[in-house]
Design a protein around this ligand. Sequence first.
Ligand code: ADP
Ligand code: UDP
Length: 238
Amino acid sequence: MENLVKRGKTKALFRREGGVLLMKFGDDLTALNGKKHDTLEGKGRINAEISYTLFKELEKAGIKTHLLEFVPPDSLLVKELEMVPLEVVCRRLAAGSFVKRYPFVEKGKRLDPPVVEFYLKSDELGDPLMSDDAVVALGILSREELDYVKETTRKICKVLEGFFEKRGIKLVDFKVEFGRNKEGNLLVADELTPDSMRLWDAESGESLDKDHYRKGAPLEKVRQVYEELHRRVCHAPV
Ligand code: ADP
Ligand code: UDP
């Protein structure tokens, strides 16, 4: 496909007319900052559909995002933005690196208010954690923008938590990114998929996300989990 702007670890961006990008979701599965890599046929389509469904939910709730439209089978049209080099992580239940950092916290503990953290987007540096003041002092966001990003991320958490609850799923944590449009306004961008979220089945507690891959499960198991999440998010009646 022509006009490649960027090829990341799992997605490729192609320039279209009028400030629009085609975001194509690949079948790649990666972990450990790209050191572990496999492909899972059909994953790109599943992630594109899940991301589309969830971004539409945000838009319905009045949250401004980069989403324009779905392009079958595995792509989205999005607004081209100047990305903010931060991974914004929001934690509703304690898990992952949070319980490693604070080992006295029980995995699954509900965090109220949800904890919003900033990590510098840098594979070379291993995405270091940044304090709010460092984000402002280093000119990554103004203080007003930082407040907006935190408030918007908590809103996203509320919308997603309600959405998943209706489908028998607990939202544990997720990562979002933000970018600026030509007017300088911040929009929610990138993806919302089982690659960038933790989700647990409400009854069994089983992970419905990339944690199976991170922990070394067979690819067939990872496929089943992605297909089950896709079914519940995009097809199951609620
Ligand atoms: P990475 O290797 O960075 O994790 P991905 O494979 O997810 O990458 O590639 C997606 C890239 O596109 C990321 O660098 C992300 O910041 C960027 N991106 C996401 N949404 C937009 C957008 N609306 N405009 C411009 N860049 C975007
Ligand atoms: N996350 C992500 N990209 C990253 C790091 C984290 O999408 O580079 C997501 C991850 O899927 C999880 C949340 O952010 O839903 C919190 O991740 P954590 O800090 O616990 O890191 P992990 O131990 O998963 O690397």
